[in-house]
Design a binder for this molecule. Structure first.
Ligand SMILES: [Zn+2]
Length: 174
């Protein structure tokens, strides 16, 4: 499956906003703790200078850079969450997800049960029914080309669209 970008994650996962904000707060607390720790080390009357230098440089060169890069990545997410258009787009993504895969597959769909259907895979040339549709989750997996995912991912692959256009396609399909 292709990697999602920030905007796609935000739109597909609106509840992530709270998680991102909480993680940022946590990272901030840890960063403050490190700063405090450095001050404590400097003041420590029982430590010699070499040990102080060593402990401080471990914090500065190993712990802090990792923390800062995680913090910056989270801030980027927070930025995109802040610029979140409206609930309207979230609704569009939801509408798109409700379009049944079996309704948009152009090859002949065979019902194999209440919760499953199969079809010749529309994503690769074949005569067998390697393409399996799972109705409960409205997802698919092809045992021939090993691709799978939800209906939006299917449309992305089928028509070579990005996430946004796949969502638009599915909204107009209805
Ligand atoms: Zn396939």
């Amino acid at each position: 499956m292709s990697r999602l970008n920030y905007i796609e994650i935000r739109d597909a996962f609106p509840e992530g906003k709270q998680i991102v904000n909480r993680l940022i707060k946590n990272k901030k607390i840890v960063m403050d703790t490190f700063a405090m720790e450095i001050r404590e080390i400097i003041k420590d009357p029982y430590m010699n200078e070499t040990d102080k230098m060593f402990d401080i440089s471990i914090i500065e060169h190993i712990h802090l850079p990792k923390l800062i890069s995680e913090y910056n990545r989270l801030k980027k997410y927070a930025f995109f969450y802040q610029n979140k258009s409206s609930g309207e787009y979230v609704l569009k993504v939801e509408n798109a997800r409700n379009v049944k895969i079996e309704d948009i597959v152009e090859t002949k769909v065979r019902q194999t049960g209440a919760r499953k259907a199969t079809a010749p895979c529309p994503l690769h040339k074949e005569t067998k029914n390697s393409f399996h549709i799972y109705k409960d989750t409205n997802s698919f997996y092809c045992f021939g080309c090993c691709q799978g995912g939800d209906v939006i991912h299917f449309v992305k692959l089928m028509y070579d669209l990005d996430f946004k256009d796949a969502v638009r396609f599915l909204n107009e399909y209805k």
